[in-house]
Write a protein of this length. Structure first.
Length: 371
């Protein structure tokens, strides 16, 4: 039986892929798992797990200054490091550069024989690191000088990101690179509520982090408002800035609803099927978003929705075919009349397709833990 520590600095509840992994590990009798993460100040629903123990530290708010944020980072490092020393895992799986601190100290000074695995939700480019806070830049130096040589596994969410990662880190052993896509769990096919959309209104939905600066939410809201009651838009998000919250709450439009508390991940297969189209609204103004195949793409698909995304996401065209995922690229700066859009759905095949499941995506990673 293997002892695994999962280090995920940012709150677990904001990242469905890590929730899916922990749910699978929770039912695996061959692996003992402890997770180390942070807790938001506002109350959010924690994952329900029987066997996986989660240790939390406090997460700094967006209003916190650099000194305060650094102190929170130090507290996370110290608390997690103590937990690792007491737990003494066989393997450590870390997520993103924010989590590097305790892994570096533990594996270098306390247990050099520990096996380290890494996964990245995002593509962190050299340009991104230049703008990051000092503590994160320090972590990246530890990555380059030690972690990248120490790890047995590094995964990105798609092949294009693996290619770009290797371009920026040519000294990393290519054989250690893997792809772990962001797919929803297989159980969704049994949870999806069958809904018939036979009315003449096209029901749009957006789920996830939202921003006037980084997404086309304003453009879409204006488009729906001008659609002469042909469309509705529901927005589910608990991750936004004050400007975006103010804009959405002040719209006061009958056909646009903003659910500012978001939606629990496990409720998505019950709610999404009542819509016709799922939206992906990233402006894709950097490599991370240009070459992004987000989890919401596959979540919409598994619930039988057509997907509209920005034509800015050029890398997505190399990752997945438009026909396979019922995907259509739009210019959100110049949205067409509704009659110009192609709308075809095969909900049954989309819902039952087991190819895009977390169990399939995570199988190789979990096997690596068991070896």
């Amino acid at each position: 039986m293997k002892k695994l520590a999962v280090i995920h600095f940012l709150p677990l509840e904001d990242y469905p892929p890590i929730l899916n992994l922990l749910a699978i590990l929770d039912d695996d009798p061959e692996i003992i798992t402890k997770a180390y993460s942070t807790q938001k100040f506002k109350k959010v629903e924690s994952p329900t797990l029987k066997n996986v123990e989660i240790q939390r530290s406090k997460l700094p708010t967006l209003k916190s200054n650099r000194i305060v944020r650094s102190l929170y980072y130090i507290n996370f490092i110290w608390k997690t490091l103590r937990g690792l020393i007491a737990y003494r895992p066989d393997l450590i799986l870390y997520y993103d550069p924010f989590s590097i601190g305790p892994i570096y100290l533990y594996s270098k000074y306390f247990n050099p024989n520990s096996i380290v695995l890494g996964h990245y939700h995002e593509l962190f480019t050299s340009e991104w690191y230049k703008k990051a806070m000092l503590m994160v830049r320090l972590f990246h130096n530890w990555e380059k000088s030690y972690i990248y040589r120490k790890v047995d596994w590094i995964s990105q969410t798609n092949e294009e990101r693996v290619r770009l990662f290797l371009e920026q880190n040519p000294l990393v052993d290519k054989s250690k690179l893997h792809v772990v896509p962001n797919y929803p769990p297989l159980i969704w096919k049994d949870m999806v509520v069958k809904v018939s959309n036979n009315d003449n209104i096209l029901k749009l939905v957006y789920v996830g982090a939202i921003s006037l600066r980084n997404t086309y939410i304003k453009e879409v809201c204006e488009w729906v408002d001008k659609s002469e009651s042909l469309m509705t838009l529901d927005i589910y998000s608990n991750n936004y800035d004050k400007e975006t919250y103010s804009y959405l709450t002040n719209l006061k439009k009958d056909y646009i609803k903003f659910y500012y508390k978001g939606i629990a991940y496990d409720d998505l297969p019950k709610i999404l099927p009542k819509y016709s189209v799922g939206l992906i609204l990233y402006k894709a103004d950097d490599l991370n978003f240009k070459f992004n195949a987000p989890n919401k793409l596959f979540e919409y698909y598994r619930c039988g929705l057509k997907v509209w995304c920005s034509e800015d996401m050029i890398g997505l065209k190399n990752i997945i075919s438009e026909e396979e995922l019922n995907l259509e690229y739009l210019n959100f700066n110049n949205l067409p009349h509704l009659k110009e859009l192609i709308f075809v759905q095969d909900r049954k095949n989309m819902i039952l397709n087991s190819k895009y499941s977390a169990e399939t995506a995570l199988k190789e990673l979990i096997n690596a833990v068991k070896v």
